[in-house]
Write a new protein. Structure first.
Length: 181
């Protein structure tokens, strides 16, 4: 099978069922953002260079969940491949990580260790995915996928802070500059 189909040259692609989809469709935007988040998490894993096997295993599991979510999108959310347990795993990890570095009392700059800042970049991609999800989904009874994306963004935020913590990087608190200074 060739990588190129030439359908994209006319502004179309196709889903897993072979149905043509215009590249400007909201569902395709969602699919692309999920793919981008997956790639960002893969890059974050590569930055870790084997130093944090438990975190890297968790991130690999998240990548698989995002792959399943992509299938949910393609099949019109009839598969329900993201389940409550997937969300619970993220919540457990968020609680574990935040227990290590404490309660946040102010806004923070996204800075510090390279892995931490990349976790924050992945978080922002995932938040965009949430917005794309709400635009693309027809109906008000959202599938578990949206809850997973929301919690995943929270997870990536906590992961960024946790990575700074384990690297001994002091978080940089956001301050408002005095206009008179």
């Amino acid at each position: 099978m060739k990588i190129y189909t030439k359908k994209g040259d006319q502004g179309y692609t196709s889903n897993i069922k072979g149905e043509p989809i215009k590249k400007s469709e909201a569902l395709l935007e969602l699919q692309g953002t999920i793919d981008e988040a997956n790639a960002a998490i893969g890059y974050l894993r590569s930055l870790m260079e084997g130093a944090y096997p438990d975190l890297e295993d968790g991130l690999r599991d998240i990548q698989y969940a995002l792959f399943r979510m992509g299938s949910d999108v393609t099949y019109g959310f009839t598969q329900k491949l993201i389940i409550e347990e997937d969300v619970s795993v993220l919540e457990t990890e968020i609680d574990r990580m935040t227990g290590a570095f404490g309660v946040q009392t102010t806004f923070l700059y996204y800075s510090g260790h390279q892995t931490a800042t990349y976790a924050q970049l992945a978080r922002s991609i995932i938040r965009r995915g949430e917005r794309a999800f709400v635009r693309a989904y027809v109906g008000d009874d959202y599938p578990m996928d949206l809850k997973y994306l929301n919690r995943l963004a929270d997870y990536m935020y906590a992961l960024g802070r946790y990575l700074n913590h384990i690297h001994g990087v002091v978080e940089e608190k956001m301050t408002i500059r005095d206009e008179k200074a």
